[in-house]
Design a binder for this molecule. Structure first.
Ligand SMILES: [Zn+2]
Length: 244
C-alpha cells in the first residue's frame, strides 16, 4: 500500500509543536512555567526539537520516575517524539521547588554531576534546577533519536545490551522491580549474598547507588547529559552577554 492509501501522517520531524508545548508548560503551574525559558534555550541549541511534543508522565504507583523520552518507533501508532514529564514529581509549587537540595543528596555522584552541569555549587542548587536538567536530559534523548532515525534498531539493541549488563537486571531502577526488594531482603536463591559479593555492597541502598551509577554511565544516558550541559552553557553565555 502506498503512503497515500494508508493515510500516513507526515513525518514527525516536519511537525512544529513549539506553541503547543509552551501552552502545556504554562498550564503546569510554577514547575511548568519555569521550564519555558529552558525549553526555548534548548530550541536555540537544537532547532530540530520543534518536532517534539510534551506530555504528562502518567506515573505508576511506587515507581519513582520523573520523566522519559519516547521515539516514534516505540509507539508507531502515535508516531511522535514525545517528552513525558511528571511536573508534580518534586512538588509543583514555588516554595518547594526553590528550596535548596536535601542534604542527603550530597555526595550522590549523579546529583553532583548535575550541579556541575548547571554551573552551581551543591548548596546553591535548588530542586527546580535539577528539574530543569532532567527535562533537558530527556530532550537530549530526543536529539540522539533524531540523529539515529536511520539506525534506530542498532541504538535500541545497544541500549538493551547495556541494560542487561547492569548489576541488577533487568530493570534500570530497582524501584521498578516490584519483587526485587523482597528477593534481596529474604536472600532468595542467595541473591543478596551474590550481589553483595559481586559489587562490594552490604545493603540495598548501596546496591541501588551502584546500579544508578552504572545506569547513568551507559552511553545512551551520557549522550543526553552532554546535550543538557551544552544547553546550560548556552544559557550561561546568554546571561553573561545580557549583563554585558
Ligand atoms: Zn535518560
Amino acid at each position: 500500500m502506498s503512503e497515500q492509501e494508508t493515510g500516513n501522517p507526515e513525518k514527525p520531524s516536519n511537525k512544529d509543536f513549539v506553541q503547543k508545548n509552551i501552552e502545556f508548560l504554562e498550564s503546569r503551574g510554577f514547575a511548568g512555567q519555569l521550564m519555558i525559558p529552558t525549553f526555548k534555550a534548548a530550541l536555540e541549541v537544537e532547532p530540530r526539537l520543534k518536532a517534539v511534543l510534551f506530555d504528562v508522565y502518567r506515573t505508576v504507583p511506587n515507581q519513582h520516575v520523573l520523566a522519559g523520552a519516547s521515539a516514534p518507533w516505540e509507539d508507531p501508532e502515535r508516531g511522535l517524539y514525545t517528552i513525558l514529564w511528571n511536573p508534580e514529581f518534586f512538588g509543583a509549587n514555588e516554595e518547594v521547588l526553590t528550596k535548596a537540595l536535601p542534604i542527603e543528596l550530597k555526595g550522590d555522584p549523579y546529583i553532583e554531576k548535575q550541579c556541575e552541569m548547571i554551573g552551581k555549587d551543591f548548596h546553591d542548587t535548588a530542586l527546580s534546577d535539577i528539574d530543569q536538567s532532567i527535562l533537558l536530559h530527556e530532550l537530549g534523548h530526543i536529539v540522539y533519536f533524531l540523529d539515529n532515525e536511520d539506525n534506530f534498531k542498532e541504538i535500541e539493541a545497544s541500549r538493551q545490551r547495556d541494560l542487561e549488563g547492569l548489576p541488577v537486571v533487568p530493570g534500570a531502577l530497582i524501584a521498578e522491580l516490584p519483587d526485587f526488594k523482597e528477593r534481596y531482603e529474604t536472600n532468595k536463591d542467595g541473591v543478596r549474598d551474590q550481589l553483595n559479593e559481586d559489587y562490594g555492597v552490604s545493603s540495598l541502598e548501596e546496591l541501588y547507588k551502584v546500579q544508578m551509577n552504572a545506569y547513568h554511565n551507559m552511553p545512551s544516558e551520557m549522550i543526553p547529559d552532554e546535550f543538557a550541559a551544552k544547553v546550560f552553557e548556552h544559557i550561561r553565555e546568554k546571561r553573561n552577554e545580557e549583563q554585558g
